[in-house]
Write a protein that binds this ligand. Sequence first.
Ligand code: HEC
Ligand code: HEC
Ligand code: HEC
Length: 425
Amino acid sequence: MRTIIGIIVAVAALAGLGGVFVSRPSIAPIERPQASTFPAEAVKAGASLAAVGNCITCHTKDSGAPFAGGRAIETPFGRIYATNITPDPVTGIGRWSEPAFGRAMREGVARDGRHLYPAFPYDHMAKTSDADIKSVYAFLMTRTATPAPTPANELGFPYSSRSLVAFWKLLYHDRSPFKPQAAQSAEWNRGAYLVEGLAHCGSCHTPRNAMGAEDPSKPYAGADVQGWTAPALGATSDAAVPWTADRLYDYLRKGRSPQHGVAAGPMAPVVRNLAGVSDADIKAIATYVASIAGAPSAMRQAQATQAIARAKGEGAPSRNAPSGPGAAIYAGACAQCHGEAGRAPLDPALNLALSTSVRAGSPNNLVRVILSGIQQADNAPGPHMPGFATVLDDKQTADLVAYVRASFTDRPAFAGVDGAARRAR
Ligand code: HEC
Ligand code: HEC
Ligand code: HEC
């Protein structure tokens, strides 16, 4: 694989030197349009579409002005800063015409012709219709203009060369518009349009290849992101109870599904943004995502029935015989909220037998949740769990994780818990 990348990089670098891929034409700057020139309807529609697109999450740094950029996106190739997309004429997109904005969304090219890194998920945004791009543009151009220069990216050679991006696009960027499927319902098609497009769910939930592109042969098979694991949403899902459209609706609308638990980590802002999106669109997204996994097999249904029974304290306890130092830690730190395995907990929703994080292939999310807990941004109401980072050392965390895994699931012990705990701190 190394060799292949080496060859690609060498070819791209040479092509870049030869000027083949250097940049695209610049699109002339315009006078910043008056906010009043945008119809209120378009601005309103654009607000909802921008919420689906998570623009604010990447394009706002901690305690920074909304959309003014400066947040670092960590990639395997280095650090790329999301830009200022407020209508500031100097540091933002105030002088970008609508065609310039549309080209950025579809082709990943800045107004001045520079190729943009796919840390901006234009590989998904490209599916967005002309009308919707127009609305998002109207929404952004009517935000408060905040002057804020974007820090320079921190990328080593050859990744610092934007000509490499042109080459990447040749290989991986599909600019074709969204094609509805006639055999599917209007709701399914609306969901597919949003999920594959603006919502870019696959940018976290689909594994990537060595060049950082999503692997089209493994759609929604789960992937590591920001130290968490975005779980598989397809047939290989680790969820105890299969996801249905109704359960996905609960999860995406309320940030919590009684059969699965909460949206934590990098999924939390996704759900927070969806609060600004209509019920109809959330239902459409849920309908499409449910169809990715397809109808659960009889075996999967039977496992789910068992897991729910176990969570209610009615089923047979796990085959594993849990014991060891983790049991005492669990009793002291967790049991008052989550209950004992195989016994009815205070609230069945909290039973860890139903948590995907406890059943997953990787211990990442379980370790993260134990160390960081669950908090709501700005102390908004919602599920709360204390973090245990200052209470448990790595050895105690590993013992606890082993106990939780053994007593709430019948899956084999996790590997690599120590590493996950070290990385999470
Ligand atoms: C996953 C993070 C992420 C999300 C989500 C995201 N962006 Fe970005 N965006 C970036 C990064 C990073 C860059 C800078 C890329 C570069 O420097 O090559 C960028 C660049 C841009 C640019 C080019 C601006 C310039 O000055 O060159 C535009 C326009 C843009 N994004 C608009 C949007 C819109 C609109 C949305 C929501 C629909 C959105 N982005 C969502 C990360 C993101
Ligand atoms: C920024 C990365 C990111 C994006 C974008 C994202 N997700 Fe997630 N998602 C995650 C992570 C990380 C988790 C694990 C959260 C946890 O364990 O609490 C998750 C969890 C989930 C789960 C729960 C899975 C399970 O079995 O427990 C569902 C369902 C889900 N995401 C659906 C979606 C959908 C639909 C979209 C697009 C609208 C989306 N995600 C976009 C990162 C992301
Ligand atoms: C003060 C109560 C409280 C304590 C103590 C507590 N939790 Fe939680 N925990 C919660 C709540 C609330 C949730 C959200 C669950 C929901 O809404 O369904 C949660 C969620 C979880 C999840 C699911 C997260 C996900 O992304 O799927 C796991 C795993 C978990 N807790 C493990 C633990 C462990 C292990 C301990 C002991 C170290 C612990 N909790 C201690 C209240 C608590």
